[in-house]
Every structure is written in C-alpha cells, then in structure tokens.
Design a protein around this ligand. Structure first.
Ligand SMILES: [Zn+2]
Length: 635
C-alpha cells in the first residue's frame, strides 16, 4: 500500500478490541504451505491455525450491484493439527449455512460482536477437512466501496472495489483473516452482464456476455491481498506482461501515463530476481479510492490522482510493483511487523526509480519522504501513543490501521539505507536477493528478520549496528543518514529570493528561475513558502505558476494546503471541488488538518465534509470522522 498517512489521535475503539482478543490469544506463523506449523500470536484475528488452518479457498459469489450485496459460498480445504473445530473471522456477515465435505450440515456458532468482528466457530468431526460457508455481506462491509454511476469517471455504470488491508477482508469473505496465514484461491464471480470483474489473480482482458468470470491464484497469499473490482472496466496492454484496466474514457490516458511499466518489471528483476506472479497489471479506480495504491498480486489497485499527464507520479507504481517481493512474497506475520512490508518496499521502490530516472529523482523523493517522517514522528511524540514511532509495534487491543504511518515506510527505508551504507551495495543486494528467496511465500516476524540479518549479513561482515535501537525504540536514532538533494538546493535559492524582504519586497514570482522544475521541486517550493503570505502574494504566485489550475494532484494538494494556511479565499471553491472528488487519505488529512487549525476553518471543513463524506471509502471516513469529531450533518 502506498499512502503516507500523517498521524492523528484515534479517539474511541481501543477498549472493545482489547476485551475480545486478549481473552483468547492465538499463535500462528509460516502456515501449512510446507512452512513450519507453529505460530506467532496475531492480536487481530480469532483464527486458531494451531488447530485447523485453511490452505485453499474456492469462492463462488454473485455481486448484486443494485442491492449492494455479495452473496455466495466460500469453500475451504483445511489442514488439521489438533482440536475439533476451525475458527474464521467475520465482520457484519450473515451466515446462512455451513456444510462439511460430504454435504452434511456442520454445527457452527458466531461469537460475541466486537470491533474486530465475530468469530465463526465450526465443529469438525474426526477426518473432516473441508468446510463450505454460505453467506451474504451486510451494509457494514467496510472493505467494500459501492459507487453510484455519479461517483465514477464516466457516470454510466455503478462500480465496486474492495480494500482488505489491514483487517477488512473478513467483512466480505468469512476467512482466517491474518497476514500470517496464506492460502491459494480460485473464484467464480457473476456480475451484471454489462460489467466486468477483475481480481488479484489471473484476469480476463475482455468482458463476456454472461457476466460470469473465473479466477485462479495458485500462489499462497494472505487474506488482505484477495481483491475484487467490478465496473465498466476496459483493458489496454502496455507490454508483454503488463497492462492497464480502467473505465472507458480513462484507459488510453492511463496506458500512456504508465508506459514504463514493462521497464519497471525488468529493472526490478535485474535487482532482486524473477517476478513470480505471471502478469503485472494495474487498475485505475474511481477517485474515491482511499490510498495511492494497493499491491494486490497481479493487479495493483491505484488512484487516478497519479495520472498527472507528464508521467512524473509513477513512482507509486514502482512501489506497488516492489511489493511483489517485499510484502506479497515475504509478508509481515502480524500488523506489528508492518515495517517489514513497507520499509523494504520503499527501499526497493527507490532502487527501481533510480535505475529508470536517475539519482537526482531519487534524492528528491528521499528528502520529501524524510520530511514527512520528521513531521509524523513529531506528531506521534505529542500523541496518545508515542511508542508508535518504533518500527516494531505493539497494536494489541487497537485497530491495525493505527500502525500505518510514515514510520513503517520512511524509518524502515532509512534503516535499510544505513545498512547499505555500512556493507556496500553489492553485498546488500546479494543479501536482499537471498532474503526474498529464503522466505519466499512465507510470513515472518521482526524477530525472525533480526536473527536472519545478523546471521547472513551483519555477523559475517562484522558490522556493528544499533539494530535493536532502530527497530524497538521510538524516535530516530542519532546515526540516521540525513538525505540531501542538489535539485532542492536550487529551489531553496529561489525560495530565499522570493522570501527575502517579504511581503513588500522580494523577487517577483515571474522572475524566479523555475525553468524545468519537476513535480518534486514544486512540492518542495510549496512546502517551504514563508508563513503569512498575503492574498496579493498568493495571487502573484498563482498568476505566475497556475497552481490552482494544475492537473498534478501532488502540486495542487500542496498549493491548496498553503491556501488554507494563508486563508487565500479565492482558492476555496477549488479546495471544495478537490475534497469532494478525491478520496485519497494522503491528501485529505493535511487539508482538513489545516482547516481545523482555525475556528472559521473548522466551520468550512464541516460544511465541505457534509457533502464530500458520501464519496469517501470507509477507511477515509474513519480517519476524517475522528479528525473532525464528526457528529453527523447539522440539521
Ligand atoms: Zn506499500
């Protein structure tokens, strides 16, 4: 997942979580696909894989776009170790029937309701190793976003997409919903015949007239990577193994923007070994998608806000592609180990973009990420959970989403940059390649990683590194490598020409040397404008650089944040339009945070949110509801 989420204090859910899970700790790690069968405690799942673990899912579902409901049967092959039952995670599902392999009814019960959902316990007579659960989703299916035609780009047909990470797949499939448990799956999905379905599996490239689609994922993956999208979807190839899915009016533009995908796959393979998932395709979703991207195997789900018209925002695709190794191939066993997914992926992403776009590009994105990290750590330090700026988290009793901050991404990346600087790039690359091969298709914990890197790299190279401090302690260790960028130094020079003597004097905007600046240089410029810019100077900047009219979402979002901070009213209609159409959490948080910094701004935030909220995915709604302490639309 690529999101960059600024930290905000979560108000309510903790207590419920603690009560339901701690009472029944479970252990699981490296599940039954030839992996060892002992487990690590996953505080966010009811499943008991130490007794019975699913190894394969056969999913047969119908997607009812009219009633916004999925109905069908999930049939599991089980590997049994002990006990006489199997436990699944569910959230808001109606369980209609549970049968065994011989078709007989199975005794089953749903546990108490909690914010983690309800455990579905199924009794297993001796020898039984197949269970079929017939169910339907409910209105609370947090993983599902149903869009009306009006909320899509082409406004002709409804659209559905799923977002399972972190612990939401249980709201559309009864499943052992833990990253430490891996299954293969095949699926049969029926949808209205004018629509197409795609999944994180082998995908059709053409729609069929019956609205009936079959999918197969023959590699064992964790539940959060099972994904589905349904809509007026079209396909266009961008290479032998790569292509783009999108709505009709978007597919050509998207294919042009992502023309480098094939090169990215080759660059990634040259670094860390073969791509093991067959095809690598991307689907561009409607603008309400809450993240930048989601690394669903074979089919990355991505926001349309990366379509900038100049191919400058495609590093996100490099990020999601890199997850094909770090995250999808070698997975965090629990959400406390989330940095193993994201820290490695940010490092890998930068190696791909460096190979394609050069060192300057990398230096700039590294500095921008580091700036975000410093801001996030400062916010976490002053928040309810200062311990959350450690890489190895303890999220027992809390929503796993609480751990999805820049820390996992950028502090993880900073640690790997440091290790590279200590052992040298050739040895570090050999280590990473070995790491991916050794733990391929497994889920591991932070402790397993520590033991492995000490044995395979730090020990043999006799490197003295404060690894435990980096991984277990909050904050940033003193030996962090602070990144710099020559390209940003050029921007800093123009910034001081603009700022010196402000607001009266300073170099007029149109005389600043900004020729050839790319997205990141503009982002750096906008982030570092002097505070207290007057409407006249904001006018001057907009007249010279046309920020309000920018089709580049990164530049527009950074500009709109300055407009709020400087109360530049002229841009408020654009702000309203942006917040109403774009549901990407990374952009929503800083803008709403800037608005609620003042009384009038809070009024404006609540006004905009009242009509924007229905367009957001539940992940964004939870975050912004908390930020605004939303009590519902005012009468
Ligand atoms: Zn990611």
């Amino acid at each position: 997942m690529n999101h960059i989420l600024r930290f905000i204090p979560i108000l309510c859910t903790c207590v419920a979580f603690a009560a339901c899970v701690q009472a029944d700790p479970v252990r699981h790690m490296a599940d039954g696909h030839g992996g060892a069968s002992h487990y690590t405690m996953d505080p966010h799942s009811f499943a008991r894989p130490d007794e019975a673990v699913a190894t394969h899912l056969n999913l047969d579902i119908h997607v009812d776009m009219g009633r916004q409901r999925i109905h069908g049967t999930a049939t599991y092959d089980l590997k049994r170790q002990s006990g006489d039952s199997v436990v699944f995670d569910t959230y808001g599902l109606s369980i209609e029937k549970v049968t065994l392999g011989d078709g007989s009814e199975a005794k089953h019960a749903l546990g108490d309701s909690s914010s983690m959902g309800r455990a579905l316990k199924v009794a297993l007579p001796p020898g039984a190793n197949k269970v079929a659960i017939t169910y339907s989703t409910g209105p609370e299916a947090k993983a599902l976003q149903w869009l009306s035609p009006g909320q899509t780009k082409d406004k002709q047909h409804p659209f559905l997409f799923t977002q399972g990470e972190a612990a939401l797949t249980r709201s559309w499939i009864p499943i052992q919903d833990s990253p430490g448990i891996r299954i293969t799956y095949d699926a049969h999905v029926t949808v209205p015949q004018e629509l197409m379905a795609v999944m994180s599996a082998t995908n059709p490239q053409e729609r069929n007239s019956e609205g009936s689609y079959r999918f197969r994922m023959d590699k064992p993956i964790p539940s959060y990577l099972i994904a589905l999208a349904v809509g007026d979807i079209h396909f266009k190839a961008t290479g032998n193994r790569t292509g783009v899915y999108a709505e009709r009016s978007m597919v050509d533009t998207a294919a042009w923007e992502l023309a480098d995908m094939e090169k990215m796959v080759e660059a990634a393979e040259a670094l860390y070994g073969p791509y093991r998932w067959g095809r690598y395709d991307v689907i561009i979703l409607p603008p309400s998608f809450p993240f930048g991207g989601m690394e669903n195997p074979c089919l990355t789900f991505a926001t349309p806000t990366i379509i900038a018209g100049d191919r400058t925002l495609t590093s996100l695709i490099a990020h999601e592609l890199a997850h094909s190794w770090s995250g999808n191939l070698v997975t965090n066993a629990t959400w406390n180990d989330f940095w193993l997914n994201e820290g490695f992926t940010v490092y890998f992403e930068h190696r791909i973009t460096e190979a394609l776009y050069g060192k300057d590009y990398n230096d700039m994105t590294t500095v921008l990420g580091y700036q975000d990290l410093l801001k996030t750590i400062a916010e976490i330090d002053s928040g309810k959970h200062p311990e959350d700026s450690a890489l190895h988290l303890d999220l027992a009793g809390r929503d796993p989403d609480d751990g999805m901050t820049d820390v996992a991404y950028e502090k993880g990346y900073a640690l790997l940059r440091l290790i590279e600087s200590k052992v040298g790039r050739p040895d570090f690359d050999a280590f990473l390649r070995g790491y991916f091969d050794h733990f391929a298709f497994q889920s591991i914990t932070t402790d397993t990683f520590k033991a492995y890197i000490r044995k395979e790299l730090l020990g043999p190279k006799q490197v003295d590194l404060n690894l435990d401090e980096w991984i277990d302690k909050p904050g940033l260790p003193a030996n962090v490598l602070v990144p710099t960028s020559e390209k940003f130094a050029e921007v800093d020079k123009e910034l001081s020409r603009w700022s010196t003597g402000a607001p009266a004097k300073g170099t007029p905007a149109k005389l600043l040397n900004t020729q050839g600046w790319n997205t990141f240089q503009w982002m750096h410029f906008l982030r570092h404008l002097p505070p207290g810019e007057t409407p006249a100077r904001m006018d001057e900047l907009d007249a010279a650089f046309h920020f309000s009219a920018s089709g580049n979402s990164e530049i527009l979002a950074a500009w709109l944040e300055q407009c709020v901070k400087n109360n530049y009213q002229k841009a408020f209609p654009k702000l309203d339009e942006f917040l109403t159409t774009v549901g990407r959490r990374k952009f929503l948080i800083p803008l709403y945070q800037a608005l609620i910094a003042t009384k009038e701004g809070r009024e404006r935030a609540l006004e905009i949110y009242a009509h924007a909220r229905p367009n957001y995915h539940s992940v964004s709604v939870r975050t912004i509801d908390d930020l605004l302490q939303w009590k519902g639309p005012r009468s």
